[in-house]
Design a protein around this ligand. Structure first.
Ligand code: COI
Length: 384
């Protein structure tokens, strides 16, 4: 059961959670978390001050799927809180997947979204893994385009960031016994963002290798962008940050020897002319930035290897970097493993990392030709 700001006639039971589903109650505290604040006009945003925090925008997209598995056409509605049954499957059993995508403003004031077909396909795959009715790919892409168009003013000026989109598919129907939810909601909200890590986009990050906890196991859900994959990393990540590290690298659960990924991104290392990244074997996320980097690197003449990459060889690499939609291409300044710290490129951004970053962001921002047809242009009146 879900009510959005426009669907105000929701039954009483759907409003049982204090403050849920009502505009103007965004500052109500739940535990330590502060609920989202009201969107402010794009004209009031200080584009030089945004990082990777949530800056609510004016609109979001919502579609629903009933018991019969049929998706509604969906609509653009004002951004606001959701109202759910306490027995919603997503709250009790974590039945949900999400995506991360970015839209950019070009110097000619066009809006571009990067590889939306890939996110639509990954969302479909993830929803099947989580026993949810897939959002038709057409609906997914239309929803993303409409969300960007309805929030066009919130796409940062050229060079000052991007509009990060968060498509979210969740089991909203109430269910007590373990089983798939009787109904689902697909929504897309967004936020203008800039650099994910502190210090700016190409500031090298310091990673620590986790030896006790694992992010995913063979046969698990590590390759699905499901909601539950992320909170287990928080414990380790918080401790690493307390010790001064930027983030954590995870090793495989079987041998505790091969790199899997970093909390929020994929991993690459460079040795001579070879660029290596952990193979997709079911426990790491099939990143769309990862896939793009593999293609770009191969086209530049690098030998690209997707295979088991041991932590020992990584400590001896020439250069390392991380990739992800949020992270983009982040240089790794150092990796600490078993008390030993390997520094790369004197703690500076390496030449391969720089080249990959320049090419990727150049394509995304429409500064260099998009020969592979990765960008989709978004008309500003698409949602009307
Ligand atoms: C993304 O890169 O889009 C993600 O979803 C990672 C998230 C942990 C910020």
């Amino acid at each position: 059961m879900l009510s959005t700001p426009r669907a105000r006639a929701a039954p009483r039971a759907a409003r049982a959670t204090p403050g849920a589903g009502r505009r103007g109650e965004g500052s109500r505290r739940i535990g330590r978390a502060r609920a989202v604040s009201e969107p402010k006009p794009a004209s009031e945003i200080d584009w030089n001050a945004i990082g990777f925090g949530l800056t609510p925008t004016s609109h979001m997209f919502v579609a629903t799927c009933d018991l019969g598995g049929t998706w509604s056409a969906g609509e653009v509605v004002p951004f606001g809180n959701l109202s759910l049954s306490p027995a919603a499957a997503v709250l009790n059993y974590g039945q949900g997947v999400f995506e991360g995508m970015k839209a950019f403003r070009t110097k000619d004031d066009e809006l571009l979204v990067f590889r939306p077909d890939e996110n639509a396909a990954r969302c479909e795959e993830g929803s099947l893994r989580m026993s949810m009715p897939p959002v038709p790919r057409d609906l997914f892409q239309q929803a993303v385009m409409k969300t960007i168009s309805a929030n066009a003013d919130y796409v940062p000026p050229v060079g000052l960031g991007s509009l990060y989109l968060r498509p979210l598919l969740i089991g909203t129907g109430a269910i007590l016994g373990l089983g798939p939810a009787p109904s689902y909601t697909f929504l897309v909200y967004c936020s203008p963002v800039a650099s994910y890590f502190k210090g700016g986009q190409l500031t090298p990050i310091d990673l620590t290798v986790e030896e006790t906890y694992h992010r995913a196991a063979p046969g698990g859900s590590g390759s699905t962008k499901c909601i539950g994959n992320y909170s287990p990393v928080l414990k380790v990540q918080l401790e690493a940050k307390r010790q001064g590290f930027s983030d954590v690298m995870y090793l495989d659960a079987r041998e505790n020897k091969y790199i899997e990924e970093v909390s929020s991104c994929n991993f690459f290392c460079v040795k001579g002319n070879t660029i290596s990244t952990p193979a997709l074997q079911g426990s790491i996320l099939p990143g769309i930035t990862r896939k793009s980097i593999c293609e770009m690197a191969a086209a530049r003449g690098f030998k690209v290897e997707e295979r088991n990459v041991s932590i020992e060889e990584v400590m001896d690499a020439d250069e390392c970097f991380c990739t992800g939609t949020a992270v983009v291409v982040a240089p790794v300044g150092s990796i600490t493993y078993k008390g030993k710290k390997a520094q790369f490129c004197d703690g500076k951004t390496g030449p391969v990392t720089q080249a990959m970053y320049d090419e990727l962001t150049g394509i995304q921002q429409g500064r260099i030709p998009d020969e592979r047809g990765w960008n989709v242009k978004v008309p500003k009146d698409f949602h009307l």
